[in-house]
Design a protein around this ligand. Structure first.
Ligand SMILES: [Zn+2]
Length: 159
């Protein structure tokens, strides 16, 4: 891959040095979708990432930019369909991982509404996990099933 950055998490998943659970959900010439990496607190949370290393939306080429909106829409629809989420959160911060990517997260009825409450909820879960105060297992079987469904519906949708 041209322009790959050695320590970039986005590039590591794109080149197979790290394998997200369930494998690739969808890809076109410019974008790729896979599941978030463990520890997994919200099964069905996926990452839409640019297939080349680039850190600024302003630097997208015309094809990357024009395919972004339709991809966000179709991935959001399929995540909603499969997880029965009440709301789909789409976020791109690019602080920890600078490689352009969008987190597409199902906010189901059992999760706190509003981005601030959900962010605090996730932060608290990660903090407990880091301190080894929660002995949770990653729901990998559930994630694998969700990824299969997401792959099926997104392929069907795009045919
Ligand atoms: Zn990268």
């Amino acid at each position: 891959m041209m322009g790959q950055i050695e320590n970039c998490l986005g590039c590591k998943t794109l080149t197979g040095r790290i394998n997200p659970p369930g494998g690739v959900i969808y890809e076109d010439d410019w974008w790729l979708v896979d599941h978030i990496l463990p520890p997994i607190f919200i099964p069905g949370s996926v990452v839409l990432k640019l297939k080349r290393h680039c850190e600024h939306l302003a630097a997208l080429n015309r094809s990357e930019a024009s395919s972004l909106g339709p991809n966000i829409q179709s991935v959001s629809q399929v995540v909603q369909q499969v997880t029965h989420a009440e709301k789909i959160h789409v976020a791109s911060y690019g602080e920890g991982v600078k490689h352009i990517h969008f987190l597409i997260t199902p906010r189901t009825a059992d999760l706190p509404a509003s981005n601030i409450r959900l962010t605090l909820w996730l932060g608290f879960r990660r903090w407990l996990f880091k301190l080894k105060l929660s002995r949770r297992e990653d729901p990998l079987a559930e994630v694998s099933e969700l990824v299969n469904q997401l792959r099926f519906f997104i392929t069907e949708r795009n045919d």
